[in-house]
Every structure is written in C-alpha cells, then in structure tokens.
Design a protein around this ligand. Structure first.
Ligand SMILES: NC(=O)c1ccc[n+]([C@@H]2O[C@H](COP(=O)([O-])OP(=O)(O)OC[C@H]3O[C@@H](n4cnc5c(N)ncnc54)[C@H](OP(=O)(O)O)[C@@H]3O)[C@@H](O)[C@H]2O)c1
Length: 327
C-alpha cells in the first residue's frame, strides 16, 4: 500500500480508500448483497485500505450499518469519514438541512449505526441550500469535536468561498469533490450544478492549506472501469440511471472518449480501472481515492493499480486524449 499524509491531520491515509455508497442495499445501486459488501470491506482492510467514506444518506442509514458490521473488532486499524446535512423524514424524503440541532442529532445516530465511539472525519455533505448560516453549522461541528465524537471536520461539494468562510469558525481538515480522469473541473453532478472546480480551484486550495482531498466517483461510477458497453443499461433503482452523462446522448459522447482511453490502456498493457486510479495517485493533492466497489474481486482488481506507476509522458497523453474529446 502507498500512504499519503497532510499537515492538518495526524493520519497516514492509504492512497486507495473505500467509498461506501454501494453498501446501500437495494436502494441506490444494484446487484450486490450485504454479504458481498461486508466481504469487500474486510478484503479492503486486509489489502491495506484504511480510509472508509460513508454517509447517513447512503441507503438511509443502511451503508453505515453495514460498515459498522464489517469493521467489528478492527476499528483501531481504520479511519472513518461520515457526513451530515442530508437527513430524511418519516416518508424517507431527503432534504438539505445543516441546522445545528439537526447535525447534533445526526452524529449520535451515525455513531449508533457504525457502532463506534467516534468518527475520524465528520464532513458536511452539501453546503446549505436553504439559508442556514455557515456560523450555525460550524458551531454544531465545534461542539462535536469538543465532545470527542469526531476528530476532524471536512467539507464535501463546497465552493472555495464557503470553505474559507467555514474556516473562520473551525479548522477544516479535508475537502471532497467530484474528480476523475475525465471529470477534472466538472460543472455538474447528476444535474446538480457544482460550485467548485476541482483542478482549477480545490486542489491548489487544499495544497496551500495542508488539507486532505478525497476525489469521489474516481471511476466515473464504473465508466472508467472500461467494462461498460455501447448499449450499457442500468437496472431499476440504480442511481446511475439519473446521471445524464451515463444515459442517452450524454453517454454516447462519453463512451466515444472511453473507447479512446481503453485503446491507450491496451497500449500500456493495463486495464482502464488501473490506469484511472494511477492517474489519480499521481496527482499530488489526492490523499485517498474513495473508490466504490461491488464486491471483493473489484477491491483486489483496484489494488493491482499500486503494483505499477504511470509516468509523466503517459499522463500527458491521457490528458491530451480527454482534452481533445467531443465533451
Ligand atoms: N460527497 C459526495 O457528494 C459524494 C458523491 C458521490 C460519491 N461519493 C463517495 O465516493 C464513493 C465512490 O464514488 P461512486 O461510488 O459514485 O463511483 P466510483 O467509485 O467511480 O464507481 C463505483 C463503481 O465502479 C465499478 N467498479 C469499481 N471497481 C471496479 C473494478 N475493479 N472493475 C470493474 N468495475 C469496477 C463498480 O460498478 P458496478 O457496480 O457496475 O460493478 C462500482 O459500483 C462513494 O461510494 C461515496 O463514498 C461522495
């Protein structure tokens, strides 16, 4: 395993981490059982992966519960990041809500589901969409840090302006955003406009501040595994059906690009998932790649990426393929 560390945290992160959204049961992704996910998490720990990114909203508590079961007896060997700010009501309608009382309740529920005393990083999932002052949200987080229920505070999907405002109230140790070989300064995620540009703004900011950066959807939700076909279809309930880049005309353009990237990977004699992960490993500011997986085979196949490296020339060629695409 390769490890990376940052000034703001006393943690050595495995450069390949684990994204737990896929452990949401039937509700968000298809085709894998709880057993598959538990085995995948344990295989990841055996393989040296030590950072696990979860969120209450992943399966409405489901993913945190699965992660809690999978890490039983191994808590001391791993670091957990979970999130707040997307609670749901009794009808399971999710809302953006970063009020203080909501967050203080959410952390206790997360700790119960994870069956742990504390999480390592507590991240605000999305910036407020309903006018709650950053000061109020950060005062909840300060209370959580003081109580020992979390060690560090992180932000996901935040603009640099809001991250700077947050830092006026509390130390921010990490940022998380959409970032992969193709989506380097993406304008939207599932039709939601993004308030940040990763390569242009977030990476320089985290580098200067000594914060960690965790890229999400590192394999473009599976597209960069290289296994998708021209007529790729997702089953009912699969969250990827609502990604306009993975359906219809949006998909056709992305698939053309992936065909070219696949040919390049063939020339290197490596599978595209390894190329895509290594491309991220080589970005200095990328601290831990929170890769989502369906099963233990995918964990093992992703870990193979660390057996070799992409050189600067190959990275330049990849960037050129992406920059000259029709996207
Ligand atoms: N902060 C946020 O707002 C936010 C948003 C999105 C995600 N995240 C975090 O980022 C994590 C990762 O992102 P993601 O799950 O959206 O996308 P991802 O990691 O890019 O893609 C995950 C999918 O890639 C495929 N895959 C992975 N390894 C593979 C391999 N070796 N061979 C073949 N296929 C492979 C699997 O697809 P199949 O299921 O088709 O096999 C898997 O479900 C999430 O779990 C979550 O923790 C955070």
């Amino acid at each position: 395993m390769t490890f990376k560390s940052v000034k703001k945290m006393d943690i050595n992160f495995s450069v390949i981490g684990y994204g737990c959204w896929g452990a949401s049961g039937e509700s968000n992704w298809h085709g894998h059982t709880d057993k598959d996910q538990i085995r995948a998490i344990q295989t990841a720990i055996d393989g040296g992966i030590n950072f696990f990114d979860a969120a209450p909203v992943y399966g409405l508590g489901y993913a945190e519960t699965i992660l809690g079961k999978a890490i039983k007896g191994r808590r001391n060997n791993i670091y957990i990041g979970t999130k707040c700010g997307l609670p749901w009501d009794e009808k399971n309608n999710v809302r953006n809500d970063v009020r203080k009382d909501v967050i203080l309740k959410e952390i206790d529920e997360s700790l119960l589901r994870l069956d742990v005393d504390y999480v390592d990083i507590y991240q605000v999932h999305w910036p407020t969409a309903n006018g709650v002052a950053i000061e109020e949200t950060m005062s909840a987080l300060a209370e959580i840090i003081k109580s020992g229920k979390a060690r560090y505070v992180g932000l996901t999907n935040f603009s640099i302006a809001d991250a700077k405002k947050s830092q006026e109230y509390i130390d921010i140790a990490s940022m998380q955003g959409l970032y992969n070989m193709i989506e380097r300064n993406a304008e939207s995620y599932h039709n939601i406009p993004l308030q940040y540009k990763v390569e242009a703004e977030v990476l320089p900011f985290t580098r200067t501040e000594g914060m960690a950066f965790f890229p999400y959807s590192p394999l473009f939700q599976g597209l960069l595994s290289g296994k998708f076909t021209a007529d790729q279809a997702f089953m009912k309930g699969d969250v990827r059906k609502s990604n306009p880049k993975l359906v219809g005309a949006g998909y056709a353009k992305h698939f053309e690009l992936v065909k070219r990237l696949n040919s390049f990977a063939d020339k290197l004699g490596k599978p595209l998932n390894e190329v895509a992960l290594n491309w991220l490993v080589e970005q200095e500011e990328v601290t831990s790649i929170i890769a989502g997986v369906k099963n233990e085979e995918q964990v093992k196949s992703n870990l193979k990426a660390l057996e070799w490296k992409l050189d600067a020339d190959a990275i330049a060629q990849i960037n050129n393929i992406v920059d000259t695409s029709e996207l």
